[in-house]
Design a protein around this ligand. Structure first.
Ligand code: CIR
Length: 253
């Protein structure tokens, strides 16, 4: 059961962040509105949401998920793989310091973005991407082991982060896109495969009694509902333009 979330409002220079989406420039005011709807949805799921003010130094800082891994027992501050984002984690570290007594960090040559870390019960799959390296994955696994969790690295292609292409709901149910839907590591699970035109919708989140799903992806929505989940659709168009999805916008614990 999640009880809390941390989010950060988009900055006015949000459009200056990193993107390969090729979907055009996001509209700041629309992004703010979509962000407010996102916060309202988290509250509807029962979370107490801490909304951090925008940080103009970091155009990508609304994507707070990348800055930490949060569990019931500890928080792990990451070392972001994109140079322009390094530093975002320090500020989140201060905020998490008020919530956690056990705070760990990825250090040295380790690089790790939270978007590459997918928790499946007490196991954490860590995607080796352009942002997360083996040293970062290894450090995270060692930290997790200290708290009696397990972790393993997953190689994949074609997505920014592991969770851009696959997310875990519960009861062995995943939503996955492209090659990740057929990845041998996940062969014993139930995979809801997104049709190619709906790949963006593979990034969804189960929060307590609801699954948040990006708006405009009817086949994925229907498949998730068919498994018995209650859904909340959210318009994510402006965040999609910056390669961000639903999980990226919050830390949930
Ligand atoms: C970036 O490229 O870092 C941001 N524009 C998007 C980050 C999305 N975060 C995520 O998938 N966890």
């Amino acid at each position: 059961m999640f009880t809390q979330a941390i989010v950060r409002k988009p900055s006015t220079n949000f459009a200056a962040g990193i993107t390969k989406a090729g979907l055009g420039k996001p509209d700041y005011h629309q992004a703010l509105e979509q962000h407010a709807q996102y916060v309202a949805a988290l509250e509807r799921c029962g979370l107490k949401v801490r909304v951090l003010e925008a940080d103009e130094r970091y155009p990508d800082s609304t994507f707070v998920e990348d800055t930490a891994i949060v569990t019931e027992k500890c928080a792990v501050i990451t070392r972001l793989g994109a140079e322009s984002r390094q530093g975002e984690e320090l500020i989140i570290g201060d905020t998490l310091g008020n919530c956690y007594s056990e705070i760990e960090a990825i250090v040295g040559d380790g690089l790790l973005d939270g978007g590459d870390v997918m928790r499946v019960e007490n196991h954490f799959y860590i995607g080796l991407s352009h942002r997360t390296n083996e040293a970062g994955a290894k450090q995270l696994i060692n930290i997790l082991n200290k708290y009696h969790y397990t972790g393993s690295a997953v190689s994949f292609n074609n997505f920014l982060h592991l969770k851009t292409g696959i997310t875990y709901l519960d009861q062995k149910n995943f939503v996955a896109a492209g090659d990740l839907a057929n990845h041998p590591i996940f062969k014993d699970y139930n995979i809801i495969k997104t049709p190619p035109a709906e790949n963006y919708s593979a990034n969804c989140i189960l929060i307590n009694d609801f699954v948040l799903v990006a708006k405009g992806f009817p086949q994925t929505l229907a498949a998730i509902q068919a498994r018995g989940y209650t859904t909340i659709e959210l318009d994510m168009s402006e965040f999609q333009k910056m390669d961000g999805g639903l999980t990226c916008l919050s830390l949930r614990f």
